[in-house]
Design a protein around this ligand. Structure first.
Ligand code: CA
Length: 223
């Protein structure tokens, strides 16, 4: 497993590199965002540890450019204690996790192991099922590249279905996640909204993606 550490504080970079090497990982270190970007262009990493405050190219900017190139390597951000805005921006930009400096080394190792255990996932802000794409942070849905206009409730329902791709969701799960209050289960509001969604995303001869699972609920599936 090869890890890239992008960190401009030499002492911190050295400490991380030493610890990771002792734990059996291959480690490269880059001292600024530009150098990090160069490494990523030529080498395939299993994990990237990315400081946010970096000279030349900042951590968030670097992360955005990685995700734009569709590189799905897990990224752990290293942030300052008071960097809440940075952490939020970083997670929205596609970071998988973050650690607040100073951190305990066993925690870093545990987070790395957790990410390596995870199956490769879709870029967390863009969900895809067949030719249906949802950019969660931009609040955009496209089918075959064509923008689809959804109400907030329709968007929430579709997002929940897409995040659980191929899994059957019960009526209760759907209603509780999307409507967020105790809903009278006899109501047909869920079916009405599923109907709206189907009309909007299954136009023409496009493959139907939202399936009814008789007596249970619904799922989205391109099989
Ligand atoms: Ca820094």
């Amino acid at each position: 497993m090869r890890i890239l550490v992008v960190e401009d504080e030499k002492g911190v970079a050295k400490f991380i590199k030493q610890g990771l090497s002792e734990a059996g990982y291959a480690v490269d270190t880059a001292g600024d965002g530009e150098e990090g970007s160069d490494y990523i262009a030529v080498m395939e990493y299993d994990i990237i540890l990315l400081d946010i405050m970096l000279p030349r190219i900042g951590g968030i900017e670097l992360l955005q450019s990685i995700r734009k190139k569709n590189i799905k390597v897990p990224v752990i951000l290293l942030t300052a204690r008071d960097g809440l805005t940075d952490r939020v921006a970083g997670l929205d930009a596609g970071a998988d996790d973050y650690l607040v400096k100073p951190f305990a080394f066993p925690e870093l190792l545990a987070r790395i192991r957790a990410l390596l255990r995870r199956p490769p996932i879709q870029n967390s802000t863009v969900l895809k099922v067949h030719d249906l794409e949802m950019d969660v942070s931009r609040h955009e849905v496209k089918r075959g590249g064509v923008l689809i206009d959804l109400s907030p409730r329709e968007f929430a329902l579709l997002e929940f279905l897409m995040r659980n791709n191929k899994q059957t969701l019960t009526r209760t799960q759907l209603i509780e996640h999307v409507w967020n209050y105790d809903f009278y289960t006899g109501t047909n509001v869920l079916d009405v909204y599923i109907g709206y969604l189907r009309k909007k995303i299954n136009t023409g001869n496009l493959k139907p993606l939202i399936r009814t699972v008789r007596g249970i609920g619904y799922k989205i599936d391109d099989a």
